[in-house]
Write a protein that binds this ligand. Sequence first.
Ligand code: FMN
Length: 172
Amino acid sequence: MIELLRKRRSVRKFKEKSIESEKIEILKEAVLRAPTSRNIMPWEFIFVTDKDKLKKLSEAKQHGSAFVAGAPLAVVVCADTDRSDVWVEDCSIASIILQLTGLEHGLGSCWAQIRNRKHNESESAEEYIKNLLGIPEHFAVENIIALGYPDEEKEPVPYSALSLEKIHMQKF
Ligand SMILES: Cc1cc2nc3c(=O)[nH]c(=O)nc-3n(C[C@H](O)[C@H](O)[C@H](O)COP(=O)(O)O)c2cc1C
């Protein structure tokens, strides 16, 4: 795991190549193995490979989601907020598991934040995606994770660049 973490970077440029169905099945298994508070599993995952939908997802907000259009796969992570008060944590854990499992299988990925973001002055990014994908009203959309074969090379962050001052021992 530490070797994966050492090379993990956000990837926003993807090759045209689609992701093999066996790998997509592994990604589905991975998110369903994510731990959740009280084992409630409030999340749902919408796997999107349709080009037209990917383009529309990329327009969910004005900045920071354009890269979704160039990905062969986007996973929209949403949750039934009536079922858990810690759905944000549950969705976030599943999201990083998805990203790291992708990386283990040669896939780059990037998180596009949707919760608390605007589509435009009158509509939230969340409402826009709920309308686009038919997500029920009482659900919340946390993010979109775009995945694909990387078409950009990013240097790993060297150990010397880590914010070691963020680590405290015994007290702050
Ligand atoms: C909660 C969260 C929200 C993020 N939202 C976006 C986003 O909306 N658009 C984007 O391009 N990157 C987004 N990112 C990726 C970060 O910009 C990226 O992880 C950070 O700059 C560090 O770069 P690295 O992942 O290559 O180490 C998000 C990451 C996290 C964890």
